[in-house]
Design a protein around this ligand. Structure first.
Ligand code: ZN
Length: 278
């Protein structure tokens, strides 16, 4: 079973947990670490011989086009994570369309490869954004991987399908949710910070659980999660700091193990297999 391996490419200061602590206006003055961090991830993938999808902010592509070129040159898929991590449910449909266009232009200009996939910042396509999938379809996207089918304090759309589905009756657009485990009838998040903070065995359990149902897993993490040298954000809420910083030093080794234990590839390849049954 080919599972989807994905990386949400953003700076250490662009995460949802710090959005009330770090002003967007201050972003340009902060130390850029995304090229180095993503380089660590690319080296790890090259050593393992796997390809993946990099859902990348237009903001990063506009400032670091060399990184986008490297990702494409190494055989990975470049997809969109929007311009600057604004959540979809904070935008109007028109603002969302403009955000998609600016991000795609930056990513395609830098990478020279067509962008056909999208992931909403903080999985912010949910019941509040009934128009979002239609805008993605109209803009020509083949797939979205923007839904976390789980309840979480920052995100989630608990009642949405757990596997690939077609949100629109008259468009081929596929929504490929990130994988959650099901434990005693409850859905449990396993990617990103949950993978870093919890035992890897929970993610292994989820990958095997969806495989038994004949479905691929979709896993994600962030380049800043492997960067234990990143600046500490002062004044951030304790809960945010307790989520952001722990276990970054162990993350690369933990990822290498997860990659070894299962079969992984680009998300567009997984979508191609799922489109037939969605
Ligand atoms: Zn993100």
């Amino acid at each position: 079973m080919l599972n989807g391996l994905s990386v949400d490419v953003e700076e250490w200061f662009q995460v949802g947990a710090f959005e009330r602590t770090i002003d967007r206006a201050d972003w340009p003055a902060l130390e850029s670490r995304v090229e180095a961090n993503t380089g660590v991830v690319l080296d790890l993938f090259a050593a393992a011989g796997v390809r993946a999808t990099f859902f990348t902010l237009g903001w990063v592509a506009e400032r670091t086009p060399r990184l986008i070129r490297r990702i494409v040159a190494e055989g990975h898929e470049i997809a969109s994570h929007g311009v600057d991590h604004r959540r979809v449910h904070t935008m109007t449909a028109a603002e969302f369309r403009a955000d998609l266009a600016r991000a795609r232009a930056a990513l395609e200009d830098a990478g020279g490869a067509a962008v056909t996939g999208y992931r909403a910042p903080s999985f912010s396509i949910d019941a509040r954004t009934p128009w979002a999938h239609a805008v993605l379809a109209e803009e020509g996207y083949a797939y979205s991987s923007s839904v976390a089918p789980v309840r979480h304090d920052h995100y989630g759309w608990r009642d949405s399908p757990r596997y690939a589905w077609r949100p629109l009756p008259d468009a081929p657009l596929v929504e490929l949710p990130v994988t959650v485990a099901e434990v005693r009838g409850r859905r449990v998040a396993v990617g990103g910070g949950f993978f870093r903070l919890l035992p890897a065995a929970l993610t292994d359990f989820a990958v095997r659980q969806v495989a038994r149902a004949g479905r691929p897993a979709v896993f994600y993490f962030h380049p800043w999660e492997v960067d234990h040298g990143q600046p500490r954000v002062r004044g951030a809420p304790l809960r945010s700091r307790l989520r952001h910083y722990p276990r970054q030093r162990a993350m690369a080794g933990k990822l290498a193990g997860l990659i070894r234990r299962h079969e992984w590839g680009r998300v567009d390849a997984v979508v191609a297999g799922e489109a037939a049954r969605a």
